[in-house]
Ligand binder design. Structure first.
Ligand SMILES: Cc1cc2nc3c(=O)[nH]c(=O)nc-3n(C[C@H](O)[C@H](O)[C@H](O)COP(=O)(O)O)c2cc1C
Length: 237
């Protein structure tokens, strides 16, 4: 952000990128309006196709709509997570070993979903469609969502991108009076982290970067010292 008088930034851009992890545990305190303003301002500065600026953020904190939306998302999440627990092997293999990363992940997800009705802030990034759905349309709303998460990190807040609204889309659309032709792109929950941010864990840089042709990683694609890694995602073991 160029205007330091508008916002204070406690994390540099590169540091924020490297430490904006999914935060699923929040302190029981509201997100102040000035923080919401700053992170939504960051969202509003995102690029969109033709600079159409056809993304919107529905921000829900307190009040009847917010409470009802949180409840709907929580109910939807419970349903989706129960199915994922089974299909992704959280209840078999290493998932039944209490100390395995998988079991830890399942416990943290259980707790997250249990607390969804009281998350400090619930945000729906939306896209106002101007044509039939296309595979590239998300590129005009997800940069805004990521800006929002990075700005939240910079202000000492954290959130997580979810797709929990998918199980309650119709009810949410009615409740929030979302017009036809608007794509609800995600559900973001947000608050003051109950734990630490810590680094994101990803594959080494060379895994992602090719030079010239598919599969050839350039020499320069090396990680900064101290980079931590993880495997690529959920395993079925
Ligand atoms: C498209 C997308 C969908 C996601 N859906 C969910 C979700 O439904 N529930 C959830 O708890 N996390 C969800 N996440 C968060 C990812 O699980 C998380 O970003 C990933 O495991 C990496 O962890 P990190 O963000 O802490 O580095 C989603 C992330 C993305 C980008």
């Amino acid at each position: 952000m160029s205007d330091a008088t508008v916002m204070s930034d406690s994390a540099g851009v590169l540091d924020a990128i490297a430490t904006t992890r999914s935060i699923r545990r929040y302190l029981a305190e509201p997100v102040p309006d000035d923080v919401l303003r700053d992170i939504c301002f960051a969202a509003s500065r995102a690029p969109s196709g033709s600079n159409r600026q056809n993304f919107r953020m529905i921000v829900l904190t307190a009040g009847p709509e917010a409470e009802a939306a949180k409840q709907l998302v929580a109910t939807g999440a419970k349903k989706l997570w129960a199915a994922k627990r089974r299909s992704d092997g959280y209840e078999s293999g290493s998932g039944i070993d209490d100390k395995s990363p998988k079991a830890r992940m399942a416990r943290s997800m259980d707790a997250y979903i249990e607390n969804l009705p009281t998350v400090p802030a619930l945000i729906f990034p939306c896209l106002i469609r101007h044509r039939a759905p296309t595979p590239t349309e998300g590129a005009s709303v997800y940069p805004a969502m990521q800006n929002l998460l990075l700005a939240a990190r910079a202000r000492g807040y954290g959130g997580v991108v979810t797709m929990w609204h998918l199980a309650a889309e119709k009810q949410l659309t009615e409740l929030l009076e979302i017009p036809e032709g608007v794509f609800v792109a995600a559900t973001v929950t947000l608050g003051k982290p109950a734990g630490a941010h810590g680094p994101v864990r990803r594959q080494p840089l060379a895994h992602f970067i090719y030079d010239g042709k598919w599969g050839d990683s350039p020499q320069w694609a090396t990680d900064p010292p101290g980079t931590r890694y993880t495997s690529a995602g959920p395993t079925k073991d």
